[in-house]
Ligand binder design. Structure first.
Ligand code: DC
Length: 229
């Protein structure tokens, strides 16, 4: 069976990473969460006073990027891949509201995107990768053999994200989550650099009314068909 690259794009909190992990496990593929990479860069900018009070010191961005290394490690206790920023595990910090509120400002910068897109392309060079994000099927792997564009109604995505944060013990109101998701949707779709859009050859799946099992079955069949071609 041939090895392919699988691109999963879509709006914030529509279950892209959950789906990508299911595919990776089933087919023994490498899962790469590109949102985590943008989040790690945002965290570095926040920690190093390049991003303060929502404003980025643009003159410092290029130099800062030379000092940032984003990688992943496997946590055998949780069975999950975790994000490292310059060798330090930042998996928890990058998921919090502070980073969520600032990440769109960082992900719209051309220099940031170009650095992370190159890194993502290297990671997928040997194929056998499932990558989720906003521009994977359009920019990172325009020739990916399978492209999924996942979406769900905003109110459903907000509720799912709220429940996820609650389950992690992160204190946040439904209104805050709603504001954050609406803002990120808007920024992702309207930025100049690589905005979120469906690749013409992507298969769109709206999972608002699908159970996880239904969605996974549908996508695993699509993958199976592609790798058997
Ligand atoms: O998938 P996520 O919510 O963890 O992504 C965090 C932010 O990074 C999100 O607001 C959009 C941005 N992002 C992006 O611009 N391009 C990607 N390939 C992945 C994420």
């Amino acid at each position: 069976m041939r090895k392919i690259n699988i691109a999963i794009d879509g709006h914030s909190s529509c279950g892209k990473s959950t789906l990508a992990k299911v595919i990776a496990e089933k087919f023994n593929y490498i899962y790469i969460d590109t949102g985590a990479m943008y989040r790690a860069v945002a965290l570095y900018f926040m920690q190093n006073d390049i991003l303060q009070n929502g404003i980025i010191e643009l003159t410092k961005v290029a130099t800062a990027l030379n000092h940032i290394e984003v990688s992943f490690c496997y946590n055998s206790k949780t069975n999950k891949s975790e994000t490292l920023l310059n060798g330090q595990n930042v998996e928890n910090e990058i998921r919090g509201m502070q980073v969520s509120e600032n990440v769109s400002k960082v992900s719209q910068l051309k220099e940031v995107r170009s650095k992370l897109v190159s890194l993502q392309q290297i990671l997928g060079k040997e194929k056998g990768v499932v990558m989720d994000g906003r521009d994977i099927g359009t920019v990172v792997f325009p020739d990916a053999e399978l492209k999924i564009f996942l979406t769900a109604l905003p109110e459903i995505r907000i509720k799912r994200r709220y429940n996820e944060l609650q389950s992690k013990g992160i204190k946040v109101s439904l209104e805050e989550v709603s504001k954050n998701i609406n803002e990120r949707d808007f920024n992702d779709q309207h930025r100049t650099e690589n905005p979120l859009k469906k690749a013409p050859d992507a298969i769109e799946i709206d999972n608002s009314n699908l159970s996880l099992e239904e969605q996974n079955k549908m996508v695993l069949n699509l993958v199976q068909e592609k790798i058997s071609e």
